[in-house]
Design a protein around this ligand. Structure first.
Ligand SMILES: C[S@@+](CC[C@H](N)C(=O)[O-])C[C@H]1O[C@@H](n2cnc3c(N)ncnc32)[C@H](O)[C@@H]1O
Length: 257
């Protein structure tokens, strides 16, 4: 699936904040090998290399577009400790067990968390940490509207049911309890304030709507977008100053092997 880093980056600040909050949950620990799964354009490389300056950091992502921007923003001459791998999270295997795997806003695109999370934890070096942030807003109007519009039109049954979604926090705790020496899970609801024209629609056009739009025929994109845009504008109306409140729940999981 093609990503548009420019569109995704339009809301860079509210999207970065949870990534930084995730890193604050990682205990102080030495780390020689770090992996960022679903690294996108590499927004975490700065914070990771600042905190662990001696580590090698591998960014893994399956989007050519995201990796192209990551490489452009992190030239090898200035970032000798960073490398980029174009691979699927589901099948990629590190050459050696990482000390830290971080993944910000990526694993909800991958299904079978019951298998994925224990496998990632098992693949860590002894004492290593798995730190994940995933959106937990799939029951919110934003995603209900996407599902309703997807179920309504001529495209019904033809567009993919993605992102894959997430488990309940308790399920991650149960999954990792036997394997981890510690598991910390918490949730935060960010009350984003978005500006600009149809900002919730634009936010979703850069993320959750991407695989759906990619599956539509050319003539279907405009009517599909209009239905989403109108319903989202009603669910998230602009305030008198034009800004839009967009509550966004996120789930954080930090487990140590
Ligand atoms: C919402 S972006 C987040 C990017 C980055 N972690 C950040 O915080 O800005 C999700 C990223 O996950 C990547 N991704 C989704 N599914 C993937 C998969 N199965 N394998 C590798 N990368 C994947 C996408 O290509 C995209 O770059």
């Amino acid at each position: 699936m093609a990503w548009d880093p420019k569109l995704y980056g339009r809301f860079a600040a509210p999207r970065l904040r949870p990534a930084l909050d995730l890193l604050t949950g990682v205990p102080d620990m030495p780390a020689g090998r770090i992996v960022d799964l679903g690294c996108g354009s590499g927004v975490l490389m700065g914070p990771l290399t600042s905190r662990w300056p001696d580590a090698t950091v591998t960014g893994v992502d399956s989007s050519d577009e995201m990796l192209a921007l990551a490489r452009k923003d992190h030239p090898a001459a200035d970032w000798p400790q960073v490398d980029w791998v174009n691979a699927d999270i589901v099948t990629w295997q590190p050459a050696a067990p990482p000390d830290l795997i971080v993944s910000n806003a990526a694993l909800h695109w991958v299904s079978d968390h019951e298998l994925l999370f224990p496998r990632l934890l098992d693949g860590l070096a002894e004492g290593g940490v798995l730190a994940v942030q995933v959106p937990g807003n799939f029951d919110q109007p934003s995603h209900r509207i996407i599902r309703d519009v997807t179920d309504q039109g001529p495209w019904r049954g033809r567009v993919p049911a993605r992102p894959a979604g997430i488990l309940e926090p308790r399920a991650y705790s149960d999954l990792l309890a036997d394997k981890a020496t510690s598991v910390e899970i918490w949730e935060t609801v960010y009350h984003h304030v978005l500006t600009g024209q149809d900002p919730v629609f634009e936010w979703l056009r850069g993320s959750a709507l991407r695989p759906i739009l990619a599956a539509l025929n050319e003539g279907e994109i405009e009517p599909f977008e209009a239905l989403c845009r109108n319903a989202l504008a009603q669910a998230y109306p602009p305030r008198p100053d034009g800004s839009v409140a967009f509550p966004f729940r996120r789930v954080f999981i930090v487990a140590r092997r």
